[in-house]
Write a protein that binds this ligand. Structure first.
Ligand SMILES: *Cc1c(COP(=O)(O)O)cnc(C)c1O
Length: 417
């Protein structure tokens, strides 16, 4: 008996063994991990979770590994902050920020999925790991591979932010900058994965990788006192995170940890790469791929692998998918920083901008409980805000020099102008 039954096609339900495989050989549908929930229910409890490690591994019983975790032991269990200042601005009494800008070790939610993917890759006997990345995934794979002593190749679009390129090189993986978009990188990597016996975390071992995102839902429910929020706002790149947040809540319901899930799941994209938002608005069931052009590079996937499922999940939960312009993204980053003291990357700006739009549209009741997922750190996307944040006061090392500058500013700090 074991908690994992195998892999299963999401479409035709055909079963596969738990190997490195992600596409159904018969209908080309995506494969997902199939669990024996009766077995898990008999082995899991709230008490066991609460007394577990303060990391994503407290939910190990619901994650697709067979043995003990070996990679990424510090990831997850990030703060859920009651955002009273931002909530006041938006007319929301119960707004929460799930703050994965401080996730460990590489400051984005990708440390969750990579911890699971690399633990599983080691279980499957791989000695080389790789990924196709919009930025954060490569950072996380590089760091975890260094610590785990695995050979590592990361493939990225050539035009990523300096912080994200450095955030690979420092760990000394092989960094391959591809002259193309993420979608070109991903297509190339599918071919490379066919040629080399490597664990591509978001290709051949994607079914395991994707499950790591569920921990964002588990943590949210636990941190809310074993309750679900009324609304969540989730950024969409491939669409995997959004679908797995929904799955996480529903699994907790199935385990009897929380009541019936009625959470409305809302999606956020950047206007310059909004194929899922466009399908939502035009009431289409299929995604029309686009060529990305946005400062939100971590979300710049023009042909999202799980876009169809993100759309379906959102609709089934009675949610909305909105997009935000690059200008609104920068405003969102500054608003979050200046109300809550959280410096998020551009993807966080997308989430806050869409949160603001939905609040304005009256989607939330004043007292409803809303959680916004802030998935990456602003120090990695400095280029986006540098032109907008002003410069320091320049003074001489003399008290009089400071006094003059203060007087010129009307005797106040700039945030009280
Ligand atoms: C990868 C990423 C996402 C979205 O991930 P998907 O699962 O591909 O939709 C969101 N935010 C940040 C910062 C990311 O790096």
């Amino acid at each position: 008996m074991s908690k994992i039954k195998g892999l299963q096609c999401k479409e035709c339900k055909k079963s596969y063994p738990t190997v490195a495989l992600h596409v159904c050989e018969f209908c080309f549908g995506p494969l997902e991990v199939a669990y024996d929930y009766d077995y898990i229910r008999a082995h899991i409890s709230k008490e066991k979770i609460v007394s577990g490690p303060k990391s994503l591994w407290r939910y190990k019983d619901l994650l697709p590994i067979v043995g003990e975790p070996t990679v990424g032991l510090s990831g997850g269990f990030t703060p859920l902050i009651h955002a009273k200042n931002l909530g006041r601005r938006l007319g929301l009494d119960e707004l929460y920020i799930k703050n994965d800008t401080v996730n460990s070790p590489t400051l984005s939610f990708k440390d969750r999925v990579v911890a699971v993917a690399l633990t599983r890759a080691k279980e499957l006997g791989f000695d080389t790991v790789a990924c196709a990345s919009t930025g954060n995934l490569a950072n996380s794979v590089s760091a975890h591979a260094a610590a785990a002593g695995l050979q590592c190749f990361v493939f990225i679009p050539y035009d990523l932010e300096a912080g994200k390129i450095l955030g690979n090189l420092i760990y000394k993986p092989t960094v391959v900058a591809v002259n193309g978009t993420y979608d070109d990188v991903n297509r190339l990597c599918s071919e490379v994965a066919g040629e080399f016996p490597w664990a591509f975390v978001n290709i051949n071992i994607r079914p395991y990788y994707a499950e790591g995102s569920k921990t964002l839902a588990y943590e949210t429910a636990e941190q809310l006192g074993w309750e679900t929020p009324d609304h969540v706002v989730v950024p969409i790149a491939s669409g995997s995170l959004l679908t797995k947040i929904s799955k996480g809540f529903h699994e907790f319901e199935q385990m009897g940890f929380i009541g019936k899930v009625t959470t409305r799941i809302h999606g956020a994209q950047a206007e310059g790469c909004s194929p899922v938002a466009a399908a939502f608005k035009e009431d289409r069931a299929f995604i029309r791929p686009v060529k990305p052009k946005t400062i939100a590079k971590s979300l710049a996937i023009g042909n999202p692998a799980d876009g169809f499922y993100a759309l379906k999940t959102t609709r089934e939960s009675n949610g909305v998918i909105e997009h935000a312009t690059d200008e609104e993204v920068v405003e969102g980053m500054m608003l979050l920083a200046q109300t809550e003291g959280i410096f998020a990357e551009t993807a966080g700006g997308v989430t806050i901008a869409v949160l603001k739009k939905l609040a304005k549209q009256g989607v939330f009741a004043k007292n409803s409980r809303v959680v916004a997922y802030i998935t990456g750190n602003g120090l990695k996307t400095q280029e986006a805000v540098v032109p907008h944040v002003g410069v320091p006061w320049q003074i001489q090392p003399k008290l009089t020099s400071f006094q003059e500058a203060l007087k010129a500013a009307g005797g106040k700090s700039v945030n009280k102008e």
